[in-house]
Design a protein around this ligand. Structure first.
Ligand SMILES: [Zn+2]
Length: 239
């Protein structure tokens, strides 16, 4: 398939999630209490994926700056967070000099997964918003969208589970809402006006410097039924 933006027939390898996040996940895993095969397999199935059939070199390069920005932002979450005063460690500030780049990264990640044939089994239901996202990403057109960020460390029994979770439709975020996870950082992006009250002005990461990240602390994988799918993949892939 030619480049989905310009039609150029030569397309290049495009990672659905930037390699840098996979690297950070592995580093985090090394520091986890026990090394285990389950995590390796999970990583391979969920995070090593790319598609060499969607973007030409020029348009792939176009997404690089937002990818890099998201990685630097992630590193600041781990290294230079600052607790929001009186929040009882339920939220922290992170320096965010170019907030729109975070939104661009979130939009790009959702868009890449939605249009990739490697990810077709999951219906992200972009509908008419496919074009909206594409022109926001590649033509810098304004997009009416909001982004809320959260931090959560998952555990299974006493094992730390750093993972990358590809985008999925999340009606709790908004009528057109999607969520995904890059290691411990959870991204919730919604387009249009029908969004959840969660997207209050102070929590909107695409509009604030510093950004506020909501800290959800640790979660056992079994506490949230939507994690069962992750767990099932882990177990299936480990046999
Ligand atoms: Zn192109």
């Amino acid at each position: 398939m030619p480049c989905l933006v310009c039609g150029e027939p030569n397309t290049v390898k495009s990672h659905l999630i930037p390699r840098g996040f996979v690297r950070r996940m592995l580093e985090d895993e090394k520091s986890a209490v026990s090394g285990n095969r389950l995590n390796d397999d999970l990583m391979m199935t969920q995070a090593g994926e790319f598609d060499d059939n969607i973007l030409c070199n020029a348009h792939e390069s176009f997404t690089q700056a937002a990818d890099d920005y998201a990685l630097r932002f992630y590193d600041r979450c781990t290294k230079s967070r600052r607790w929001v005063p009186n929040s009882d460690e339920n939220a922290f500030f992170v320096k965010n000099p170019q907030p729109q780049k975070l939104l661009k990264f979130a939009c790009t990640t959702v868009w890449r997964h939605a249009i990739s044939s490697r990810y077709r089994t999951f219906d992200l239901d972009l509908g008419p918003y496919e074009a909206t996202l594409r022109s926001a990403i590649f033509n810098n057109k304004h997009i009416d969208a909001s982004l809320v960020l959260m931090w959560k460390e998952r555990k299974f029994e006493e094992m730390k589970i750093p993972l990358i979770r590809s985008p999925y439709k999340n009606p709790q975020i908004g009528r057109r809402g999607w969520s995904f996870e890059t290691v411990h950082l959870h991204w919730h992006v919604a387009i249009g006006s029908r969004i959840s009250p969660l997207h209050t002005p102070s929590l909107r990461a695409e509009a604030n410097d510093p950004a506020i990240v909501v800290n959800l602390g640790e979660e056992n994988l079994l506490d949230d039924p939507s994690n069962f799918e992750i767990l099932r993949n882990m177990l299936d892939n480990s046999s």
